[in-house]
Design a protein around this ligand. Structure first.
Ligand code: NAD
Ligand code: MG
Length: 400
């Protein structure tokens, strides 16, 4: 079996750690080319010692010096690189065949795009890059014969439920293939049953305590507001080339069904499994083959019932904002994604309350932008505007 070199962008995060767990189970097949981290130098050092990558990338020179000193202490030959230039270098290096895009937020955009432009198999966890750059990102994939395999559990489930020919080409006319609807499931997060008038009192600790999935802080808050499902709605339209009216969101609190595809003859195909990201990671890394992910099989004797409900937009206004942005176009999606990164960070720092996240995100997309996105520079400009508008709204709230 030929050895494949993988770069893991965002190695110290929740998806990064799960990816390394899968890699370790298939050492005969996968080797690590590079591991990257933003601030957790000690964790990155441990990973470098365990996987001996050729490169490790950190965000600034201080961290690089600290990591280098620790690596010198164990006579490691791993080379340390710094910043976005380093990220782009390890995402596009010729030896690399697969890039796990698991940096959180639009910080992942340029390195993920670099992987697409150099024809890699892109394992896409970083949904924010597809939300903020949509068509430009997909063009980079197509024009460079790259592959785009979804890691988000919902999109990975949908991928698995699509016709084999679509899976092989990762494109095609789904309507012609008889697909009538894509059904995204979501658990509803930790506040599914909280009285709506109590949502403004919810703390960051309560918001990140997801009932079924263990994830990074930002996506955990996004799950509590259901902005995560909104970003996934936009992600689904791009990945599967479908109109927004062909995507439906259903609340499924148990998280065993990861999403579904409905066909014109009335059949509905679903992918089920434990809520453990190692399943979609192993699927995408080994596609079209299958291999061990370390995830236990479902035990149907203990699952009990599976429930389904319609989402209530009064409880989840962020979900509605994202669906509206998806219908309005790229500029709204980019603005919303940027604003949401800022509002979620402000909520985690206790500068605003939980319900301000949706209120400020709404103000930012209603403000709009005169810029029309036709290049990555335009994406970066609209992203910067969304951040600026959200920061202004946060400051206004704290000064009253
Ligand atoms: P996390 O916060 O646990 O990890 C984020 C990683 O990105 C870390 O390695 C961090 O060092 C790195 N990072 C953060 N800011 C950076 C910056 N400015 N520059 C460079 N690196 C930076 O997040 P996570 O839960 O692993 O999620 C990662 C991505 O995967 C997100 O886009 C998320 O939406 C997506 N995703 C996660 C899950 C999950 O179960 N955790 C599921 C589906 C999709
Ligand atoms: Mg998901």
């Amino acid at each position: 079996m030929t050895q494949e070199w993988i770069t893991v962008l965002g190695a110290t995060g929740s998806i990064g750690v799960s990816t390394l767990d899968v890699v370790a189970r298939h050492a005969e097949r996968f080797s690590i080319y590079a591991l990257t981290a933003h601030s957790r130098v000690d964790e990155l050092f441990e990973q470098v010692v365990a996987f001996s990558p050729l490169f490790a990338v950190v965000s600034n020179q201080d961290q690089a010096n600290r990591l280098q000193a620790k690596l010198d202490g164990v006579l490691s030959t791993t080379q340390v690189l710094v910043g976005e230039t380093g990220l782009v270098q390890v995402a596009s290096a010729p030896q690399v065949t697969q890039v796990m895009a698991a940096i959180v937020g639009s910080a992942g955009l340029l390195p993920t795009l670099a992987a697409a432009k150099s024809g890699k198999r892109v394992l896409l966890a970083n949904k924010e890059s597809l939300v903020s750059a949509g068509r430009l990102f997909l063009e980079a994939i197509r024009e460079n014969s790259a592959q785009l395999l979804p890691i988000d559990s919902e999109h990975n489930a949908i991928f698995q439920c699509l016709p084999a020919q679509w899976q092989a080409q990762q494109s095609g006319d789904l309507k012609q293939a008889g697909v009538s609807k894509i059904i995204l499931t979501g658990s509803g997060g930790p506040f599914r049953e909280t009285p709506i008038n109590e949502l403004s009192d919810k703390t960051p600790a309560q918001a990140v305590a997801h009932p079924n999935w263990s994830m990074g802080q930002k996506i955990s808050v996004d799950s509590a507001t259901m902005m995560n499902k909104g970003l996934e709605f936009i992600e689904a339209c791009w990945l599967f080339d479908v109109e927004p009216d062909k995507v439906e969101v259903v609340i499924h609190p148990q998280s065993y069904i990861h999403s579904m595809v409905q066909y014109s003859d009335g059949s509905v195909l679903a992918e089920l499994g434990q809520p453990d990201m190692r399943t979609p990671i192993a699927h995408a890394m080994m596609f079209p083959e299958r291999g061990d992910s370390g995830v236990a099989a479902l035990d149907f004797g203990t699952i009990g019932s599976l429930d389904f409900n319609q989402p209530d937009y009064n409880r989840y206004p962020c979900l509605q904002l994202a669906i509206e942005a998806c219908k309005a176009g790229q500029e709204s999606c980019t603005l919303l994604n940027a604003a949401n990164e800022v509002t979620v960070a402000a909520f985690l720092e206790q500068k605003i309350v939980f319900t301000d996240i949706a209120a400020i995100n709404g103000e930012v997309i209603r403000h709009g932008t005169a810029i029309q996105i036709s290049s990555i520079d335009d994406v970066l400009a609209v992203d910067a505007l969304g951040r600026q508008l959200a920061n202004e709204a946060i400051q206004k709230r704290s000064s009253v």
